[in-house]
Design a protein around this ligand. Structure first.
Ligand code: ADP
Ligand code: MG
Length: 702
């Protein structure tokens, strides 16, 4: 397998080595210039690339090509075209032109546009993103050449997740290069951000999944009593893998490797049936495309194994949900990680300046970061004592906090705490080198050695949004820093003062303690840090004066684009809750209440027949159960009625913020109220009668 791995890695990707092999030298050089320096691509070059790509794809069995893009639905989209072109004698040729490679024209009117569509034409374009390599999708549909593309409207507004990400990467690069120049690194031409997303997911048995409409329609269970065992034994995290699961992982890895995805780490997660996959980091754009492919591959492979991969943030109440940790760093084109503090960070002025910039960016824009990690599913996690709190803070650890404290208190940092060696107390065990800083699993934004780990993301979302925000807010601070430092008479003094001033002003954002504790919530309030409790509450910051200014200044989002995106967020929240509520109504009325009635009738019949047979028999158990069942049924019916009327009212509300708030404040709590009596019923009703697989069945019988 080891041999085979190196052979299959990237086999389905039109990557650099394939291009070198198949493109004329001049064409390759021209394409490389476009990829690296953003220079325009000549149509003639595109034609040659398209032809080589087509030949390569056809040799591998491809019949179709597709422009693969990421509309604001959060999932990817594609329209397939075959390569055929008619020729004489009723025959066909296989053709693919540079024009077809560069530009596609999907009808934009069927994708979310948040009102942009009403103002502008419905026409939309996809444009080849040559910075992310084309790849082959091999599945039951055959072999398809997939071309990563950006998606925009007729007038150039971004209608996707990729375009703003690419714009934000450019902004971060431009501003960082300015700063590096001041430090004497004029050789650095560009800076890219590296991202390594750790992906959590659940696997459940497909046959059981298909018996639950809630999983089918909403991706999460809307009902379900806790089984006798949950995650309290802490025996699943890093537990040995069941064969069915490791078989799935093996196939996922192989598919990922063929697609050039550096799938690296896999393990069981905290909750039963929960797992994680982490690739080795890549440039943000490619990492984003790859993460979409990872999610897609996991779903597809699960299906082949009679499993279903759940990517929802909270598929099961009462056990841990799933997130995505976004590891982020900044790397120069000369290969230097700007977030690497070195052994003695107190002497590394350049690092301290970038650190100060990030602290300021996060503190000034905690609301935007919070929003970037929001989706309806993540509302069940953030602040709910399992995932990072909804309050944004930065974990720096002992070493860096100490350096900053020295700076703030004495104006000078003169030492860095060192890790030393760890003595485990057994002579035969090696003495292992100890990091200068411990980890903190409760922090939403943690420095982990040479990168920041943004830990708030939901498992199902594209990582494009959070990285777009992160890149832009850091670019904004760096641009202010550059403005100031470029004017300075004495650079060394100016940098020193700027770092000291910035860390002093923003030290409130640093928190190294337990982010899950109530004390932190109180402390954060004292520090004036925002605690935004839900997605609906978070959305408005997207169109704040500050957001319009920052995103506009760096050409990441125009004001119209921001408004359209806020609109889409509100709508997507309302639609999600509406589907969940309607699914609950359907399941309660057609499955659970009838099951309760059936159970109650059975009890009544047995009471009657026992009484007839033995008039003085003790039927107190049956009578007690019957009364209990009837009481839960009555309560379920009452809550069902309320939920039905709220859903009807919600439909009357004006779409957008008003409707979303109604769903959040009225419909959502009513859903919990309906769930309670049904979950109680589940605990007493005969298992034979209960119409759906239970939490125990789903979580422990994979
Ligand atoms: P943990 O679970 O301890 O956080 P993992 O090894 O599961 O760590 O994941 C760490 C992720 O961070 C991986 O995707 C890894 O490639 C990525 N990573 C490592 N170094 C960097 C870096 N400099 N920049 C961005 N991502 C990085
Ligand atoms: Mg992690």
């Amino acid at each position: 397998m080891a041999e085979k791995l190196t052979e299959i890695f990237g086999i389905d990707v039109f990557n650099e080595s394939t291009m070198i092999e198949r493109l004329p030298k001049k064409t390759y050089a021209a394409l490389k210039k476009t990829i690296q320096n953003g220079e325009d691509l000549e149509p003639a070059v595109a034609d040659v690339v398209a032809n080589a790509m087509k030949d390569w794809a056809i040799e591998r069995g491809a019949t179709h090509f597709t422009h693969w893009f990421q509309p604001m639905t959060g999932v990817t989209a594609e329209k397939h075209d075959s390569f055929i072109s008619p020729t004489s004698g009723g025959k066909v040729l296989m053709e693919f032109s540079g024009k077809e490679l560069i530009k596609g024209e999907p009808d934009a009117s069927s994708f979310p546009s948040g009102g942009l569509r009403a103002t502008f034409e419905a026409r939309g374009y996809t444009a080849w993103d040559c910075t992310s390599p084309a790849f082959l999708r091999v599945d039951a549909a055959g072999v398809t050449l997939c071309i990563p593309t950006a998606f925009c409207s007729y007038t150039g507004e971004a209608l996707d997740k990729k375009t703003p990400l690419l714009r934000s990467m450019e902004a971060l690069s431009d501003q960082t290069v300015r700063i590096l120049k001041l430090f004497g690194h004029g050789d650095v031409k560009s800076v890219s951000c590296s991202v390594g997303p750790e992906q959590e997911y659940f696997l459940v048995d497909k046959a059981k999944y298909l018996k639950r409409e809630d999983l089918i329609f909403s991706g999460r269970t809307l009902f379900g009593a806790m089984p006798p065992k949950g995650q309290e034994m802490e025996d699943h995290y890093f537990g040995s893998l069941k064969e069915r699961i490791s078989g799935f992982m093996k196939e996922v890895n192989e598919e990922c490797w063929k697609l050039g995805i550096l799938a690296k780490t896999q393990h069981n997660e905290v909750a039963p049936a929960q797992h994680e996959l982490a690739p080795i980091y890549a440039s943000a754009n490619i990492a984003t495309d790859h993460n979409q492919l990872v999610m897609e591959t996991m779903k597809k492979v699960a299906n082949r194994h009679g499993l279903v991969c759940l990517l929802h943030e909270k598929p099961f109440a009462g056990v841990n949900g799933s997130g995505k940790h976004n590891n982020w760093s900044m790397v120069t084109n000369t290969g230097k990680n700007l977030l690497d503090p070195g052994k003695t960070p107190h002497e590394n002025v350049q690092f301290l300046l970038f650190l100060a910039a990030i602290l300021k960016a996060v503190d000034d824009n905690a609301d935007l970061l919070r929003l970037s990690a929001s989706n309806p599913g993540n509302d069940h996690r953030l602040g709910a004592n399992e995932a990072p709190p909804a309050i944004i803070s930065v974990f720096l650890g002992e070493q860096l906090t100490d350096v900053l404290t020295q700076l703030i208190e004495t104006g000078e940092a003169t030492s860095s705490k060192q890790g030393g060696k760890l003595n485990i107390g057994v002579h035969t065990l090696p003495k292992i080198g100890k990091d200068a800083t411990d980890r903190n699993r409760t922090s939403p934004f943690a420095f982990t050695g040479n990168k920041f780990e943004f830990r708030m993301l939901g498992s199902s979302t594209s990582i494009a949004g959070p990285n777009t925000t992160l890149n832009t807010i850091v670019a904004e601070v760096l641009s202010d820093f550059a403005d100031e430092l470029e004017k300075a008479d004495n650079f060394d003094v100016a940098v020193h003062d700027l770092i000291k001033k910035t860390v002093t002003e923003h030290q409130r954002i640093v928190f190294n303690g337990n982010g899950y504790s109530d004390e932190w919530v109180a402390e954060a309030k004292k520090r004036g840090l925002p605690n935004i409790n839900s997605m609906v509450e978070a959305i408005s910051c997207m169109v704040s004066e500050k957001a319009v200014k920052i995103f506009g200044k760096h050409n990441v989002f125009s004001e119209a684009e921001l408004h359209s995106r806020a609109e889409i967020e509100y709508e997507s929240y309302s639609k999600t809750i509406n589907i969940e509520a309607k699914t609950m109504i359907e399941m309660a009325s057609k499955l659970f209440i009838p099951a309760g009635i059936k159970y109650a009738s059975g009890l009544a019949a047995s009471i009657n027949s026992i009484k007839t047979a033995v008039p003085d028999a003790d039927v107190s158990v049956e009578v007690g159960l019957l009364k209990e069942t009837s009481a839960f049924l009555a309560s379920a019916k009452a809550e069902l009625g309320k939920l039905q009327s709220y859903v009807a009212t919600a439909a009357e509300k004006e779409e957008g913020v008003e409707q979303a708030k109604y769903f959040r404040n009225v419909v959502f709590p009513a859903m919990s109220e309906l769930r309670k009596p049904i979950d109680e019923l589940e605990l007493i009703v005969d298992k034979e009668i209960w119409p759906v697989p239970t939490y125990g069945d789903l979580l422990f019988e994979v």
